[in-house]
Write a protein that binds this ligand. Structure first.
Ligand code: FAD
Length: 637
């Protein structure tokens, strides 16, 4: 396997512009002869499917949801970054580029990140043209707020529903193309395998979730925009159904998996309340614009917050990171919360919580302003906890939120399987070891609206525009393998539910490959996951049939993939003997507990190649070359 990033030559600010000129074009009359499969219709998939259809390609779009509108992107609350500099506070494309490289702890590709910052400008124009109701200032200009890791206000938002509004924009565009006949939509379909013919992605195996029928679909190219894999931890802020199956199956067909251990643990989530829980709830980072994070100074102080005087409170983010304060990036804020809770200063019944307090902001700005900014988030918090955040501070704790790792892609967003492109959270590309807030939506839409429309043409132009069909033997073989795998799951008839395995996997991952990791724990985790996998294939109980609706079967197949992916994540975390961004190895930290990178040994993307179910995966390295930005110790003090 060769990792050729295909980064264009030249100065970073000119690479994309020149690349757009240099890529091959497909003649407009030929576009309709090419068929493209898009799996996923979140922000990345919907924007790509709609745009490719507008260009004239014939698109088939698959989602396991009942509607494209249900994609997990709808959950995004806080906002989307763009370097518009409407605030005139010093922002620029270069600053967004720099902040993102630094935010990712110098583990992302310069060229990709610069392109992302450039495209951020067009995304806002595109969304506004679609009617996305971004918040506005009194005078009509689009409003901005701040997110972590930045000292400028560049986050565009639609109250606490930015993802939903952006998705509705992309969805309308998709619906228009469906109505026109350019996109054929397949809802309630789950992709269960990638079909590779003569070394090129040529289609997918999908299961119709209503009928259970296993079907084959052929195309000239396959785009995976299937989201992140945070649910490997069982408890996360991701939508309950988000899973890794599409990218995991592609990995097994030859797509390298990059930086699987880079996981983002978001600092502001509602704390876990008990064993019954199957999901965690995010309280948007935007709240840290006005909320102040604190814990009692005294260990074991169980007084209610209102009875803890000001001088007995530790506003630890403001204390440790005076220049960024409560808007320190996520990895740093999460770890800081863990430290104070580990010291015994956590709040709430479990002691695994810190306060996010709005009392100062309410005094300064008034309740009305705070309600205007965050009303729906406050309401959500109150419904879940039965506590009124206008009266008492919110209690928050870090939770798994986003995965920076994903399938390796080159500058054109193509994986190591030619013809298989990967977009949005499913790829590894732009965030390095830590994603800054409000930049996932930016990346998904950049990939879908503004990158893939150019780069896919470059690939397709090299193929003959001949009709595709699913007659190649590889389709039959993949279909049979999929069927056999599902039948095997049904035949086990063991004693444990798929969910119980998933929960156990989540506990291993959280305890040993979570916010802090070490070699001993990761080695144990690899052994425990291998044992769990063995037990799963002997003792899982799945009811239903392959050829009919069976949600148990859907869950079991996803859990089987999560188990394997969990092991790869631990391997990746074990090999990376440094701390960077969300990957914190306890052995590698500075005296004051900050991440200690090792640029000499680890300034590379670690991409894993599948070599067989019982064989160890092979590691490939893509060196990260910094020509524009100087590698530096990341500091937010
Ligand atoms: C609670 C929450 C709040 C967030 N807030 C923000 C924010 O304010 N700003 C920000 O920038 N980011 C935010 N994020 C991150 C951001 O929402 C996601 O990274 C982004 O929406 C992912 O978009 P996507 O298109 O890549 O994938 P998704 O939106 O997850 O879409 C995946 C699609 O793939 C389909 N799919 C998956 N697997 C298969 C399969 N095997 N077969 C068929 N279909 C499949 C699904 O049906 C779905 O349509 C937030 C995340 C969470 C969890």
């Amino acid at each position: 396997m060769e990792l050729n990033s295909k980064i264009p030559p030249g100065p970073v600010a000119e690479k994309w512009e020149k690349h757009k000129f240099n890529v091959k074009l497909v003649n407009p009359a030929n576009k309709r002869k090419y068929e493209v499969i898009v799996v996923g219709a979140g922000l990345a998939g919907a924007s790509a499917a709609a745009t490719l259809s507008e260009l004239g390609y014939r698109v088939k779009c698959f989602v396991y949801h009942d509607s494209p509108r249900r994609a997990h992107s709808i959950a995004a609350q806080g906002g989307i970054n763009a370097a518009k500099n409407y605030q005139n506070d010093g922002d620029s494309v270069y600053r967004l580029f720099y902040d993102t490289i630094k935010g990712g702890d110098f583990r992302a590709r310069e060229a990709n990140v610069h392109r992302l910052a450039e495209n951020s400008l067009s995304i806002i124009d595109q969304a506004v043209a679609q009617g996305v109701p971004f918040a506005r200032e009194y005078g009509g200009l689009l409003a901005n707020r701040s997110f972590g890791g930045a000292q400028v206000s560049r986050t565009f938002y639609a109250r606490g529903q930015t993802g939903q509004q952006l998705l509705l924009g992309a969805y309308q565009q998709l619906e228009k193309e469906i109505a026109k006949g350019g996109v054929e939509m397949f809802t309630y379909y789950e992709m269960l395998d990638l079909v590779v013919v003569d070394g090129q992605a040529r289609g997918i195996i999908a299961r119709n979730l209503r009928t259970g029928a296993i079907e084959t679909y052929a195309a000239h190219a396959v785009l995976l925009a299937t989201g992140g894999y945070g649910n490997v931890f069982y408890l996360s802020t991701n939508a309950k159904n988000s899973n890794a199956t599409a990218i995991w199956r592609a990995y097994k067909r030859g797509a390298a998996f990059a930086n699987p251990c880079y996981t983002q643990i978001h600092p502001t989530c509602i704390p876990v309340s008990g064993e019954h829980q199957s999901k965690l709830t995010l309280m948007s980072e935007s709240l840290r614009n006005d909320g102040r994070v604190w814990v009692p100074k005294k260990v074991g102080d169980k007084r209610p917050p209102s009875q803890i005087p000001e001088d007995e409170r530790d506003y630890y983010l403001e204390r440790r990171y005076p220049s960024f304060g409560n808007l320190a990036p996520r990895d740093i804020s999460s770890r800081s919360a863990k430290y104070v809770c580990d010291e015994g200063r956590g709040v709430g019944e479990t002691g695994l919580g810190v306060y996010l307090d709005f009392s100062d902001a309410i005094k300064r700005l008034g309740k009305k302003t705070i309600a205007e900014r965050y009303g729906n988030l406050f309401e959500m918090y109150q419904r879940i906890t039965d506590e009124d955040p206008y009266q008492v501070p919110m209690r928050i704790y870090p939770a798994v939120h986003y995965t920076m790792g994903g399938l390796w892609v080159d500058y054109n967003l193509m994986s190591t399987v030619p013809g298989c492109f990967v977009l949005g959270e499913a790829n590894f590309s732009d965030h390095g070891a830590n994603r800054l807030g409000a930049s996932a939506l930016m990346q998904g839409l950049s990939d879908g609206y503004f990158v893939i429309p150019y780069t896919i043409g470059d690939y397709l132009a090299g193929l003959k525009p001949q009709p595709v069909d699913a007659s190649a033997p590889e389709f039959r073989a993949a279909e049979q393998e999929t069927r056999a795998r599902l039948e095997k799951l049904l035949a086990i008839k063991g004693k444990r539910t798929p969910t119980s395995f998933h929960r156990q996997l989540g506990q291993i991952m959280w305890n040993k490959c979570g916010m802090a990791r070490n070699a001993a724990g990761l080695t144990e985790a690899i052994g425990e996951i291998a044992a769990l996998r063995e037990e799963f294939w002997q003792n899982v109980n799945v009811v239903g049939e392959v050829g009919s609706l069976s949600q148990q079967l859907e869950i079991a197949a996803r859990v089987a993939d999560f188990i394997e992916l969990g092991e790869l994540m631990c391997r990746d975390a074990l090999h990376r003997e440094e701390s960077c961004g969300g990957h914190f190895r306890e052995e590698y930290q500075t005296e004051d507990g900050e991440a200690l990178r090792n640029d000499e040994r680890f300034a590379y993307v670690g991409a894993w190649e599948y070599t067989g179910d019982t064989a160890e995966p092979r590691l490939h390295k893509e060196p990260l070359v910094y020509e524009e930005v100087k590698l530096a110790t990341r500091s937010y003090k």
